[in-house]
Design a protein around this ligand. Structure first.
Ligand code: FES
Length: 99
């Protein structure tokens, strides 16, 4: 008798992954850019890249490189579009106030 796993897993994708958290591949990013989503914010909203649990710490630099390459803009210009978020975990005010 075999026991079926309750966990369903998707087949691994063959394409390079840009965003591990949201499983967004490089071809998906390139296609979206070619469809006109040519800013970091538009790509985040369209593909959810950078909106996973790590909040883009891993994928936003990769996304910026792909976006710069595909649009012919400089990496510095694209990086300026990336906004940082406050910490995901609340931190007591005492940390900043000092004691
Ligand atoms: S790798 Fe993209 S949000 Fe975590």
């Amino acid at each position: 008798m075999t026991h079926a796993s309750r966990v369903t897993r998707q087949e691994p994708k063959d394409e390079p992954i840009v965003c591990r958290c949201e499983e967004v591949t490089l071809p998906e990013v390139v296609q979206a850019i070619r469809e006109g989503y040519d800013t970091v914010e538009e790509l985040k909203r369209h593909l959810r890249v950078g909106m996973g649990p790590c909040q883009g710490r891993t994928c936003l630099p990769l996304l910026a490189r792909v976006l710069a390459r595909e649009t012919g803009r400089s990496l510095a210009e694209v990086m300026e579009e990336i906004s940082t978020r406050p910490p995901l975990i609340p931190i007591p005010f005492e940390v900043w106030r000092g004691k």
